[in-house]
Every structure is written in C-alpha cells, then in structure tokens.
Unconditional design. Structure first.
Length: 482
C-alpha cells in the first residue's frame, strides 16, 4: 500500500513539473495573427519577372481594356534592350546559360547588361498570355509582387535552401555535402513549436531533394509525403498548417517550367494544386504563395538589392492567392525567399530564424484583412480558372467597387511588427492597404522575454522533477526499512 502511495505521489509531482514546461514553446498552431491558418507554398523553376510578366496585362493585340494595374515591367521600361517575344504556338525556349559566375556577369554590378553575352540570346525573350494565361489570370484576380527577388544571385540549389533556412552552405548547384544542420531550418522551428507541416513531392521514396541537404532530416520522414497525400489531406481534414508543394524532387516529371520544358504543362500542374485548394474546405483559411527559385538566366531590368549582407538574385514572379488577397493588386514591397519565412514566423508568433529572415519584409500588403466589400464580407469566393482559360477573365468585383488601392508597398519586418496577441482582430491588424498598425511591443524585446520566461519555466519544472525523484526515493527506502 505504501509503495502504491509513493508511486502515485511521484506521478503527481511529475505531472506538476510537466505543467510548467512550455507546451511546444507556448505556441498554439490554431492561434494566428491573421485569419490565415494554412499556408501553401509552391516554388516553380527558372523564370525572371520580365520573362513571364514583362508585357502583363497586355492582351494579344497589346490592349489593356480592363484598365488592369500595370507592374514595373517591359511596358514602362525606357531604352529597353532588344528582346524577342516567344512566338505564338511555342511554349518553351532553349535553356539560358546558368550559374553563379554567369549571373554575376549578367548583373554587371547592377548595370543589368550582360544577359545576351553571358546567358545567351535565348535569355532575351519573354512569354505572354498565349503561353501562360492561367498565371496572368491569377495576377488579374488576386495579387502579384513586382519587387520579389530570389534569395541569392546564383542558381537553384542555394535558392531553394534559402527559402527553407534563410541560408545556404553552397553558392552553386553543388553538393551535398556540405550540409545544413536541421535545427537551422524552418521545418525544425515549426516542429519544435508544435506547428504541423508537410513537404510534398512526387515520390518521396525516389529522392527528397532539396531536403537531402539537411542533416537529420530522416527524423521528419513522416512529414515528407507525396503529391497524392497533399490532395487527400485537402479532402480528409488533415492539411497541416504549412505545406510545401514542390514540382521538383521525388523524381518529378517535367512540370517545374524549367527551360526547356513546356511552360504550359507546368502551369496546368500548378493550376491543379491551386484549384484543389480552392475547392476544398480549407479555402477560407488559406494563403497560397507561388514564386520561382531563380531567374534562370532570363533578362530582368531591376537590379537586385542586398539584404542582411546577402546579394539577392534577380526578380522572379510572385503571386498571392487567398480569399483575403486583394483583387488585381500589385505590391511593390521588396520581398525575397526569406519573406515567406518571415510571414510564417509572423503569423504564428515565432522568432526570426536568423538575420536574413529578420531583415526580409513580410508580405502583408497583398491581403485585405479589414475593409469589407459591398456585400459586407472580408473574403472572396474562389476564382477557379479552367485548364482551357484565356486572358483576361471577367473581374470578380468591378475595380471601381474595390475598397482599397490596387497598388502599394510596405516595409514591415518581424522586429517592427511586434508580437502581441495571436488572436486575430481584423480591425487592428491592417491600418491601410500599405501599412501595418503596430499596437504591440517590439518583437526583439518580446522574443527575449518569451525566451527568458521559457527558461524560467524549464528551470521550475526541472526543480520539481528532481524533488519528485528525491521524494520517491526517500519513500521507497523508508518502506524497505520497514
């Protein structure tokens, strides 16, 4: 009987100690700063912004009858270099020359005049709505960014790693090795914070690129799943909070749009992903971010900037699709692959993964969280674009009836956005189409306080656990002496 009492007492003390432990660092994945509780991220391959949206929103005859918002592109470029439109009926070009050295020569310290010489004449081309009508339709119906840069001025591998860790152990398409420690990744940060995630590729048993760069990734094998698992999760209620749906890795077919693949074929794969989310129960809580890993050697006019000491790569397309995404909106917020990291961290109240993520603007101005449409709603029903779509589509809401401007920018970092409460309040989050209303303390201070509180709680729980062990040992000894 006394032994039973000792055991029960020991268990009670252990339970008390565990109650002081921060549950997954105090994070509740259902509490977010925005109404978005599901982020789906898709990264296609190797196209610059001017290569895909260089003449958007011009129709086949060059007109813009709907008065759609025009981004910074070839239509407003003075003294444009000699560029060639990909002919109607053609859906690919030869692959431009790629690589760290080639891209730096293309860039020419910001002169942007080396593409034809170093990446080749095929780099001086651009696609139109005749090849990629669906992506142009999304730009019309939702939001795009015309100042989104790849994470580094180099090719694919480093940029995909930058999107997952805000850093890369390689500066070109080499390796692994070297490797990245898993605890430097967003996947590790999400896991240790109790936030569910999934990385979806064609066939995880074939290969798991680029996750093979992370040491210890095998411990997350249950998170690395197939495309079919992603589509199933949309219907069976198991979609994680953060999903990467990738057209590369897992022995994927030619759906990434990498030159010289058929860009329309890749667009149809992408449309299937987007439409499946739109037609699922998760639409009203989702944001789909679509971008490209790097420019692929194709010409772009805007010199990339430097963020946290890292020379960014060329501009790439960026599309935000969500019931909260603004219609026909062009964001000129300076963004990069670290901005997806910062959005995830901002939304779920996580500290910045590193300096690169901390220095990357959060893509918030693309969303409308507080200005109701004429029907009183903050959200819009999905615009499911069919596979045979043409450009443009009829607008969902007349442009004159939109409650916000159709262009803007913001400069919101994790340090300036604050941490505050994770209970979303629409009226207090977005002040206007271009700025965030800051009502909470500086995030660096709050994060430090949070870390200190976590350490304090860990210390308390450890002390209680030690006391429990001592208490149990003493009782057992007393029992044995009897």
């Amino acid at each position: 009987m006394n032994l039973r009492i000792a055991s029960i007492s020991f268990l009670i003390l252990l339970l008390l100690s565990s109650s002081f432990l921060p549950a997954a660092r105090g994070i509740n994945e259902t509490s977010t700063r925005t109404p978005i509780s599901h982020v789906i991220f898709v990264m296609m391959e190797n196209h610059s912004f001017d290569n895909f949206f260089g003449t958007y929103p011009g129709t086949a005859n060059g007109t813009n009858n709907l008065a759609l918002q025009v981004p910074v592109n070839l239509l407003n470029l003075q003294n444009a270099p000699a560029l060639t439109q990909v002919p109607f009926g053609n859906y690919s070009t030869d692959n431009p020359n790629e690589g760290y050295s080639t891209y730096h020569r293309d860039w020419d310290n910001g002169a942007m005049d080396g593409f034809a010489k170093y990446s080749g004449t095929q780099s001086m081309t651009y696609f139109t709505s005749s090849q990629i009508p669906i992506e142009w339709d999304w730009a019309e119906e939702y939001s795009i960014g015309d100042m989104y840069f790849s994470g580094a001025l180099t090719d694919t591998n480093p940029n995909r790693l930058m999107s997952l860790a805000g850093t890369s152990p390689v500066n070109s398409d080499t390796g692994p090795p070297p490797y990245l420690p898993l605890n430097q990744s967003i996947m590790y940060q999400l896991s240790t914070s109790g936030i569910r995630w999934g990385y979806y590729i064609n066939d995880p048993s074939a290969d798991q690129y680029p996750l093979n760069y992370f040491t210890g990734i095998n411990q997350y094998s249950q998170n690395i799943q197939s495309w079919s698992s992603f589509f199933s999760s949309l219907q069976n209620g198991t979609l994680p909070s953060v999903s990467w749906v990738m057209p590369v890795g897992g022995d994927a077919g030619p759906v990434s749009q990498h030159p010289s693949e058929n860009v329309t074929e890749g667009e149809l794969w992408l449309a299937n992903v987007v439409n499946s989310v739109m037609q699922s129960p998760y639409w009203n809580s989702s944001a789909i971010f679509i971008t490209y890993d790097e420019g692929g050697g194709y010409y772009d006019q805007v010199p990339p900037l430097v963020v946290d000491g890292t020379q960014l790569g060329f501009r790439v397309p960026f599309i935000a699709i969500s019931p909260y995404a603004k219609e026909n909106y062009v964001s000129s917020t300076v963004l990069n692959h670290g901005s997806i990291l910062s959005f995830i961290e901002y939304n779920w109240g996580l500290p910045a993964l590193n300096g690169f993520a901390a220095s990357s603007n959060i893509p918030l101005d693309v969303f409308n969280f507080n200005q109701s449409y004429s029907d009183g709603s903050l959200t819009r029903s999905p615009v499911v674009v069919p596979s045979n779509a043409s450009f443009p589509l009829p607008l969902q809401i007349p442009l004159s009836s939109l409650p916000y401007d159709r262009s803007g920018s913001s400069s919101i970092l994790l340090s300036s956005a604050g941490t505050g409460s994770l209970s979303f309040t629409a009226s207090s989050t977005i002040q206007s189409s271009t700025s965030l209303q800051i009502t909470s303390s500086n995030s660096s201070t709050s994060n430090n306080n949070s870390s200190a509180s976590s350490l304090t709680l860990v210390g308390i729980s450890a002390v209680i656990a030690i006391v429990a062990l001592i208490f149990s040992a003493v009782l057992v000894l007393r029992i044995r002496r009897r």
